[in-house]
Design a protein around this ligand. Structure first.
Ligand SMILES: [Zn+2]
Length: 288
């Protein structure tokens, strides 16, 4: 599932490719989008900018119209040069925004809506977002407060709560807890404020490290990005995520996995580096 850093990079690339360009063609399989396009055409508008907020991607068009998309599990935005072959089948296309230099294609994106810019502050999922570590206005203190306010939650679930801190998904959840040596099943109220502070610090560091600096050079289309995945594969660099049974990179103990939280998301941790405090399943669930 794309997390905040993926959406941030996608937004930055879309912004560089489409920003300031006039839309020459708009298409979508979603009737609630094409209805808007019929009455107030997207074609002819400028793409003002594209930005990420947590895991939401906002494409701003001139005329105060915003396209909000959310990738959930399988959605993605690609950009292509005109005429370049798409890397996904046409039937997975949900939205197409064409400009003279680049075409942006949203594949399998399940959530998409047009919002009048003025109504944006009232959109609940955006309004309720916690501080975003990738935003220039990020406040660590506020993120720590919001997490600390969720005393009854297990810390892994609190980190996934987009209204506590935005952008963290299942991968970063496990990685951040490992980096901070905190057991995922610890209730927030059992943690000292400095523990939460440390975790937020790791979240910021890990997520920012994965968005890097904006490329100074030209735009890389999806085909170009794809060629680099071999050496940029994050799988080789992860500490615990999807490494169940493999030796901890720090101490050699086999990594544990257990479903956790209301959505039964997999949590990975090292039972030795991240021992349980007090009661909880974390200490004896190594083979769950
Ligand atoms: Zn370990």
């Amino acid at each position: 599932m794309p997390e905040g850093d993926t959406i941030f990079r996608a937004a930055r690339t879309l912004d560089q490719a489409l920003g300031g360009q006039a839309v020459t063609r708009f298409e979508s399989v979603f009737p609630h989008l094409t209805r808007i396009d019929d009455t107030t055409p997207i074609r002819g508008r400028l793409v003002d900018r594209v930005e990420a907020r947590g895991k939401h991607l906002l494409m701003w068009f001139s005329g105060d119209l915003v396209l909000r998309t959310h990738m959930r599990m399988h959605g993605s935005w690609h950009i292509y040069r005109p005429g370049e072959r798409w890397f996904r089948p046409h039937h997975e296309m949900r939205i197409l925004v064409e400009t003279p230099p680049f075409h942006a294609v949203a594949f399998n994106v399940p959530v998409a809506e047009f919002i009048a810019a003025g109504a944006l502050p009232r959109v609940e999922v955006l309004r309720d977002l916690g501080p975003d570590p990738l935003s220039s206005s990020f406040s660590a203190g506020e993120a720590i407060d919001r997490i600390a306010a969720r005393g009854g939650m297990e810390i892994a679930d609190a980190l996934l709560d987009q209204s506590a801190i935005a952008g963290i998904g299942n991968v970063y959840k496990s990685e951040v807890l490992f980096a901070g040596r905190v057991n995922p099943f610890t209730r927030v109220e059992q943690l000292a404020r400095e523990d939460v502070e440390r975790l937020v610090g790791h979240a910021v560091r890990l997520m920012r490290a994965n968005v890097g600096a904006a490329s100074a050079g030209g735009i890389v289309t999806y085909a170009g990005l794809r060629r680099t995945t071999g050496r940029m594969d994050p799988g080789a660099r992860l500490w615990v995520y999807q490494r169940v049974g493999k030796p901890c990179r720090r101490c050699g103990t086999p990594i544990s996995r257990q479903k956790q939280g209301p959505h039964a998301r997999s949590t990975y941790w090292c039972p030795r580096c991240q021992p349980a405090r007090g009661t909880g399943p974390g200490d004896d669930a190594a083979d769950a």
